[in-house]
Write a protein that binds this ligand. Structure first.
Ligand code: FES
Ligand SMILES: [Fe+2]
Length: 402
């Protein structure tokens, strides 16, 4: 589709209805999604505990881009573009590693851990090393979680840091560690995956395991006394009683939005596990299992669920017009020992089962959306967050001229 065709498609989009088919299939729309959304938003890349020592690095890959997330000798975390300043080869070739320096294998240029070029063999006299360091993109830490932004002028991270950072402080996620990380690739456009994540209309039919313990699957519970009592218990456990929500408001400043909200678990459940019983030691300053959990969101495509004893982070990434992946990270208290304080199978069971189910329904959704008979249908009340996302998406890809 040409840019004009896409603008026409945007004009024809029906309010509070699913997107027209081309939004999920067309390479032109996909290119605009990457350019306007993914290259402008704050994106979750990983957790600082994954690179504890100077020289530890891992790659974050998005479309044609590859970024080296590396800890330098001063302990700072850098996001360096994985493109050699000589003739453009990838410098780091594995998904992660530990190196004293970053050396390009093609002709042997060598970079320091902060990206500075420190050696280039047999170059002309007068060649200026200092002008040929690896390019870097913006990188911020929120409670140990690493967020990157490809834009040269990203929306300020400060509101996220101030507002969300203080809400999350009791969890001490900066001292947490990654217990497990797994990608769940799927045959579906990234928006179908995000739409699915942002609604719980599908929870009862698709997720019996999740619905047993989480009130979000049962909207009729929301006004009940038990619900209010559980919410009131959160501050006594060291968690703020605040609810903040600055997400999907408009296209301006997008990528710097955030949300944070408690909700109760169903009686008998204190965390997200198969039997509702604890799966790891309490996090940070959380004093007790208060019977609830906390949803939070950073930027448009990173979501997290914080239980009292672990946090699950979901980061959605496109892999092509009709493929995407959900990268899931499980965080536990930093000094918890696997096999003693937690069992990885028990810890990851619920969201592994649930994400496999999500992958199935999202792929079924994609198959139907690709049909020549597909027409977008209306959203339900339980999908209000999803149509907020869609509304935001439409204004974001219209609003930022490419
Ligand atoms: S491309 Fe890296 S040293 Fe030549
Ligand atoms: Fe789901």
């Amino acid at each position: 589709m040409t840019q004009t065709d896409i603008d026409r498609l945007l004009d024809g989009q029906k309010h509070m209805h699913g997107l027209a088919q081309a939004f999920y299939r067309d390479p032109g729309v996909y290119a605009r999604d990457i350019e306007h959304i993914y290259l402008n938003a704050w994106l979750y890349a990983g957790h600082q505990s994954e690179i504890p020592q100077p020289g530890d690095w891992f790659l974050y890959e998005l479309e044609r881009e590859s970024v080296i997330i590396v800890r330098d000798n001063e302990g700072a975390i850098n996001a360096l573009v994985n493109v050699c300043r000589h003739r453009g080869s990838r410098v780091c070739l594995q998904s992660k590693g530990r190196s004293k320096r970053l050396a390009c294998r093609y002709h042997g240029w060598v970079y320091d851990l902060d990206g500075a070029l420190i050696a280039a063999r047999q170059m002309e006299e007068g060649f200026d090393l200092s002008k040929h360091g690896l390019k870097r993109i913006h990188c911020e830490l929120l409670q140990g979680m690493i967020f990157i932004n490809f834009s040269s002028e990203p929306a300020s991270f400060e509101p996220i840091q101030d507002q969300l950072g203080s809400c999350l402080a009791p969890y001490h996620l900066d001292t947490a560690k990654v217990a497990h990380r797994q990608d769940y690739p799927m045959q579906a456009n990234w928006k179908l995956a995000v739409e699915n994540y942002t609604e719980c209309y599908h929870c009862t039919p698709a997720h019996p395991e999740y619905s047993r313990g989480h009130s979000l699957a049962h909207p009729d519970m929301e006004s009940g006394e038990a619900y209010q009592a559980l919410l009131a218990a959160a501050p006594a456990c060291g968690l703020g009683d605040r609810e903040i929500n600055r997400i999907y408001l408009d296209a301006e400043g997008f990528g710097a939005d955030y949300a944070y909200e408690h909700y109760p678990l169903i009686r008998g459940h204190v965390t997200g596990s198969e039997d509702g019983k604890p799966v790891a030691p309490l996090l940070g300053d959380i004093a007790d299992y208060f019977g609830g959990c906390t949803d939070f969101q950073v930027g448009p495509v990173t979501f997290a669920l914080a239980y009292c004893d672990h946090v699950v982070i979901y980061a959605f990434r496109p892999l092509g017009p009709d493929t995407s992946t959900c990268d899931i990270t499980w965080l536990v208290c930093g000094d918890a020992v696997e096999g003693e304080d937690y069992d990885k199978e028990r810890l990851t069971w619920l969201w592994d089962v649930t994400t496999h189910a999500d992958k199935r329904i999202i792929e079924n959704n994609a198959a139907g959306v690709n049909s020549r008979y597909y027409t977008p249908g209306p959203y339900s009340k339980m999908e209000d967050y999803t149509w907020k996302f869609i509304d935001w998406y439409l204004s974001a890809i219209r609003g930022v001229a490419g």
